[in-house]
Design a protein around this ligand. Structure first.
Ligand code: RIB
Ligand code: CA
Length: 313
């Protein structure tokens, strides 16, 4: 599977990137950074740090949009820390960003690879994907599928009562993506709130003897504290790697094809993903919306694949 991960790292983004790098089924064509959890300069730096922790300084990382299409950037340092990757000791990445802009990389890749062979995995605000669709509308018919972490229906929102962070930050970009016609798989809070980084699950990752797993353990211990306090749970939701897990083992998940529209006008509910789960409208079904997951199976897969990330010291 050839994929591009579009990301705003973020400790849970790191788990998604490491899961992809630890899975031989996946060819990671490149990582495109977007402003989200923290500003672009940091997300572009963090993406390279994560690759270096995984022993993969060969991965091409591109910087993309530094703000949403038409709104000021909203960040989440209170969740991810000032660096966006608080937890482990960080360092200056030893390899540089690619010169090409992320949006040009997305367009060029989709226009040069055979149609229907490249999957996009956006796990941050959808600004880069929307810009690529605006720059070259023809890519919509060439994308194999868009497997995105974002939105919430039964779970509603996490950054406001009705909106999940990735959609909330750039609702106009999300509306454009959900209307583009490419096959969409939506991994909402309804799923990710069921994959909690419980103590026993973190302990299993802690036992893996490599640099990536040691860093991941420290990231999760930092990242989970905010949601543990908010939800009163053992562990916090590990949002982003569920997209990669779906690519690897879709049988871990269940959901249904639905119409999904994005609220972009109301200040009260901006960024809400309005999912017609019960089919009460005749609006076109534009996304596979997932709702349930085998959480133990998910963590089994993640833990198993982290072991493949070399034995770096
Ligand atoms: O709401 C969760 C999403 O927002 C995750 O992608 C997390 O990394 C943040 O970007
Ligand atoms: Ca993210």
């Amino acid at each position: 599977m050839k994929i591009i991960i579009d990301t705003d790292p973020g400790q849970d983004d790191a788990a998604a990137i490491m899961l992809a790098l630890g899975s031989p089924e996946i060819e990671l064509l490149g990582i495109t950074a977007v402003a989200g959890n923290v500003p672009l300069e940091l997300t572009a730096r963090n993406a390279r740090i994560i690759c270096e922790m995984s022993g993969r300084t060969d991965i091409k990382v591109y910087a993309g949009a530094d703000r949403p299409l038409g709104r000021p950037l909203v960040t989440a340092e209170h969740v991810h820390g000032k660096t966006g990757l608080d937890g482990p000791e960080l360092f200056e990445p030893s390899f540089a960003l690619q010169d090409k802009h992320a949006v040009d990389f997305i367009v060029d890749t989709l226009m040069s690879e055979p149609a229907g062979t490249v999957t996009l995995c956006p796990i941050g605000p959808l600004t880069n994907i929307a810009l690529a669709l605006q720059r070259e509308p023809a890519i919509a018919g060439r994308i194999q599928q868009i497997v995105l972490m974002g939105g919430g229906y039964f779970e509603q929102g996490n950054v406001t009562p009705s909106a999940e962070f990735n959609i909330y930050v750039d609702p106009e970009a999300a509306a454009l993506v959900f209307a583009c016609g490419a096959p969409i798989v939506m991994m909402p809070l309804d799923v990710t709130h069921k994959v909690l980084t419980t103590k026993s699950r973190i302990d299993r990752i802690r036992q893996i003897d490599n640099r990536a797993a040691r860093a991941m353990t420290e990231m999760l211990l930092f990242f989970e504290r905010f949601d543990e306090e908010k939800y009163g749970t053992d562990g916090g939701p590990l949002h982003d790697p569920t997209t990669i897990a779906w690519l690897l083992k879709p049988e871990l998940f269940s959901g249904r094809e639905c119409n999904v529209e994005i609220e972009t006008t109301s200040d009260l509910t901006r960024g809400a993903t309005v999912v017609d789960w019960w089919g009460v409208t005749d609006r076109a079904k534009n996304a596979l919306v997932l709702r349930d997951v085998d959480a133990d199976g998910f963590f089994e897969l993640l833990t198993n694949r982290l072991q493949n990330l070399g034995a770096q010291t």
